[in-house]
Design a binder for this molecule. Structure first.
Ligand code: FAD
Length: 353
């Protein structure tokens, strides 16, 4: 059957849906987005940090050598094209907890594979007025943060302007699926791709996929004068928003998986931040969200086994901002050129489920 409708219906406009819609649109696909303003979005809570080396042992992010150069070009280029700004490249300073951690991090930093990610010249003294860093610290490059509410709003406005965006909640019953097309509200698309974030767990098409969602909380605080321009990370992160505002995060909880803030979360973050910071701060905002994490910590990309016109671009977990650009580029190559989806993210790895 020759296909005459629009190419792709994208359901959900968090960071994943936004990046995918923009990428496909740039590649010449005809795209339409439907997203619900009522369902909460992980992207509206997230700090938006991109950091190639994470965790207590500075583990290199999966595919970092590809993801990080690409994402820097992607967000900078998109901001330029939309004549706005939402991406701040910066470093992440990791003050050592003690002498043992200093030795460990120095050993890790000597790995030639990690050289592109470490700042060779670090000015520990520049941090000392604000941060407790008696053992010094190490600094990770190619990091930064995306102001996700600003980013998603800019992408949404662009697609609204082109009449390629509709507010609404898509339910699986609203879709008529055929092997080579999908019809939604009287319009036919070659594909529907779900980017529902953590709400993907409730999607009957993909209910067998093994999510392992994680709740997270985050604080915004005011300070009299914050001189640092890099993120500081020691178990928690402290991210500068302006000369008088910082963001403090984040918690990880596999219990009470709702979107409500808790006193426990706030007190955990405040206590850690007070130990790390040498200056007073006042918390002015607290948010909670659900990260769309997966059991094997790899995203969910690909097509339904029985309905080949129904796809997913989700399961971005704790690193959606880093993962989405390159994975969207790969998915565009798959759609345009028939390139195979990376088996590590392809949901075909779960088809036996
Ligand atoms: C406290 C916290 C801090 C975090 N910090 C970071 C960080 O620093 N860096 C990082 O990379 N990640 C971070 N994350 C993780 C990050 O939030 C996710 O990786 C990312 O936001 C997932 O984006 P998404 O687009 O897949 O999902 P979402 O942002 O949840 O977007 C899904 C969208 O789809 C819509 N939707 C869902 N179902 C439907 C439907 N059926 N019909 C219509 N619309 C629908 C929803 O309304 C929503 O707008 C953090 C998360 C939390 C909770």
């Amino acid at each position: 059957m020759s296909f005459t409708g629009a190419d792709v219906l994208i359901v959900g406009q968090g960071v994943a849906g936004s990046v995918l819609a923009w990428t496909l649109h740039q590649r010449g696909f005809s795209v339409h987005i439907v997203s619900s303003p009522e369902l909460p979005s992980a992207s509206s809570v997230a700090a938006g940090i991109v950091n190639p080396l994470t965790g207590r042992k500075l583990v290199k992010t999966w595919e970092a050598d590809r993801l990080f150069p690409y994402l820097h070009r992607f967000y900078t280029g998109l901001a330029n094209q939309l004549n706005t700004s939402f991406f701040t490249p910066l470093d992440v300073y990791r003050p050592y907890r003690d002498e043992a951690e200093r030795r460990l991090y120095q050993t890790i930093a000597a790995d030639p594979e990690l050289q592109p990610y470490f700042q060779p010249a670090i000015n520990d003294a520049a941090y000392s007025a604000v941060i407790n860093n008696p053992f010094g610290g190490i600094q990770v490059m190619q990091a930064g943060w995306v102001d996700l509410p600003a980013f998603t709003a800019a992408v949404r406005d662009y697609f609204i302007d082109k009449q390629l965006f509709t507010y609404g909640q898509v339910r699986s019953d609203d879709l008529q699926t055929r092997p080579d097309s999908v019809t939604y509200l009287g319009k036919t698309y070659r594909y529907v791709i779900f980017s529902e974030g953590p709400h993907g767990q409730a999607n009957p098409f993909f209910s067998a996929l093994p999510y392992n969602v994680v709740k997270g909380e985050i604080l915004t605080a005011e300070v009299a004068d914050y001189p640092l321009t890099n993120i500081v990370n020691q178990g928690i992160f402290i991210m500068p928003l302006s000369a008088t505002r910082i963001r403090i995060g984040a918690t990880y909880s596999w219990h009470e998986l709702d979107w409500k803030t808790t006193d426990v979360g706030r007190s955990f973050l405040e206590t850690k931040a007070r130990a790390l910071l040498r200056i007073p701060f006042t918390v002015v905002d607290q948010r909670a969200g659900i990260r769309p994490s997966t059991v094997d910590r790899r995203p969910f990309v690909g097509w339904h086994q029985t309905y080949p016109s129904v796809g997913i671009f989700g399961g971005m977990g704790t690193k959606g901002v880093s993962l989405a650009p390159y994975l969207a580029h790969d998915l565009a190559d798959h759609l345009a050129l028939g390139k195979e989806i990376n088996p590590a993210v392809n949901i075909s790895r779960f088809h036996s489920l």
